[in-house]
Design a protein around this ligand. Sequence first.
Ligand code: OSB
Ligand code: MG
Length: 369
Amino acid sequence: MFKIEAAELIVARLPLKFRFETSFGVQTGKVIPLLVLHGEGLQGVSEGTMEFAPMYREETITGALGLLRDVFLPRVLGRTFANPEALNDVLGTFRGNRMARAMVEMAAWDLWARQLGVPLGTLLGGRKEQVEVGVSLGIQPDEAATVDVVRRHVEQGYRRIKLKIKPGWDVQPVRAVREAFPDIRLTVDANSAYTLADTGRLRALDAFDLTYIEQPLAWDDLVDHAELQRRLITPLCLDESVASAQDARKGLALGAGGVINVKVARVGGHGEARRVHDVAQAFGAPVWCGGMLESGIGRAHNIHLSTLPNFTLPGDTSSASRYWETDLIHEPLEARDGLMPVPVGAGIGVTLNREFLAGVAELHEERRE
Ligand code: OSB
Ligand code: MG
């Protein structure tokens, strides 16, 4: 049982240490919405992964802030819930906007776990003390730069390399990297940049022993992914297309892929992420934990979720120091030999660096009943 007495909505802005290019654009910094829920002297914190512009999925920061202020927070402030799933029963009456709802749900899990005095991963049913991680590498100017950035991350021990691709930049970087590193676990992510008309191009990737091809086709199209999967040997991994456990069931039943990238916020929070994990497990499909270039708050949530047993492939939750000169939390989140330690302590096990946050926050407001 936990009571939500007050909420803080914060928006921070941080520069990224690298230029991150994907098929849908270039990112050099991040606008990071945070939600802090207060109850009985404790705080639960979450990070929004919606973006400024709706490029990855349909949600935006502007939309999320409005919904949190006007619709979602008024439904939970001042109320007592038996557990976060009881809170989901309230927020679950709303359609879509899962990343915005996830902000409330994830902060509630952190608050509840802190109250119970247990790590979030343990509360979710996870057992691991460390989780396997890989890296997601943006599109580089040429093959040599791609091999170079891959080499640096292989040397750091990351257990899987994911290359972002787009039409016109797919077979070339993959061939160059595979020739330089015959044995690494290698994957690609197209972020919905292809159509079935590109089948020939995507089939050429079958030659490079990729563990999977992530989200080649439209963000909302499971049927075409199923058609493509019939034409390829390499398993497809669904990212954008899975917003719920029902989507996961439909995708796996259709044969639209064999692997799922679980992003906790994309599916609406930890409760639904765990259901996606369970559905995939029932289908014999492995899952891994994706990332959205999160600060330490979202990263810690991802690490805890990754402790569930069917997260059998390395996630995108790489070291926080790759992304940020200074993180929004006090604790370092650093992988060693491709293993990320699960933060110890109650809840997500990390704490906001309020002093640093005050300097990078462009919005900070409090909400009460
Ligand atoms: O498709 O997984 C993706 C980042 C932003 C939006 C979409 C994606 C990504 C990543 C980065 O691949 C993963 C990370 O390092 O957090
Ligand atoms: Mg992806």
